[in-house]
Design a protein around this ligand. Structure first.
Ligand SMILES: [Zn+2]
Length: 251
């Protein structure tokens, strides 16, 4: 299996660098310059690019990277992606640095958003975040709930490599939703320690997310009650998710 490290980009993006034997892939290179610098510094040759969705901070570096390295670009078929060579819908299996990678359709943040599962490592773009989830720019609450349910069905040890460092603010919101949740309180302290030391809070495990992420906890009594206090008129998972997501947008 390949190793994984990160390349920071913009204010709070993580570009994931997958590497093995001096060969590399990158996930969601929104900016080419830090990727090119890192490949050079580490003596790595780029062999492919994985894109989760069309937002500029995820694909903005593709043109400059493929100019220097004419490599395959795997990306959602349903979205407009610069230089896409391998359009994907979800359900496919692709090979990355000799490892099988499953493609999952996870619409909600955008209409064609996909995620990549390599063994127990999940690259989920802006679908699931540390203690949070992406905004619904294009999809519906029902689509996002189905996408999060598909992720929640993966093994608890799955490592969640999301694309932004949002965990701290997300946990503050999670605590507003569930003030008595000790797992959230403990994770908030742990993340404060990591961030204070200049370390990323990502990846997390799916087990941590299920214990602390309100968007994966829409069937929990306390989350349902909070949703009702914030406008949900019923406690179906979709209605609870929609109310919690709308509250998060103004938190
Ligand atoms: Zn996005």
């Amino acid at each position: 299996m390949f190793e994984i490290s990160f390349i920071p980009a913009f204010k709070d993006n993580y570009i994931w660098l997958l590497h093995r034997d001096r060969r590399a892939f990158v996930v969601d290179p929104g900016d080419a310059a830090p990727v090119l610098a890192r490949l050079e510094a580490d003596g790595l040759g780029l062999e492919g690019i994985l894109i989760t969705h069309h937002h500029a901070d995820h694909q903005g570096g593709v043109a400059a990277l493929t100019e220097r390295y004419p490599v395959p670009v795997f990306a959602p078929a349903a979205e407009s992606i610069t230089g896409c060579t391998h359009p994907l819908f979800g359900g496919e299996s692709i090979e990355v640095l000799g490892c099988p990678v499953q493609v999952m359709a996870v619409p909600g943040h955008t209409a064609g958003h996909i995620a990549y599962l390599a063994g127990d490592r999940l690259f989920c773009g802006d679908t699931l975040f540390g203690a949070g989830c992406g905004r619904l720019f294009e999809g519906t609450p029902a689509q996002m709930v189905a996408s999060l349910d598909a992720i929640a069905a993966l093994p608890l040890a799955t490592q969640v490599y999301c694309a932004h460092e949002y965990t701290d603010v997300n946990l503050r919101f999670a605590l507003a939703v569930e003030p008595d949740n000790r797992a959230i309180q403990a994770r908030l302290a742990k993340v404060a320690e990591l961030r204070g030391a200049g370390l990323p809070s990502v990846p997390s495990t799916l087990a941590e997310e299920k214990a602390t992420n309100p968007f994966l906890r829409c069937r929990e009594n306390d989350v349902m009650a909070a949703a009702v206090r914030h406008g949900a008129t019923e406690v179906s998972p979709v209605a609870v998710f929609a109310a919690i997501r709308a509250w998060r947008n103004v938190f």
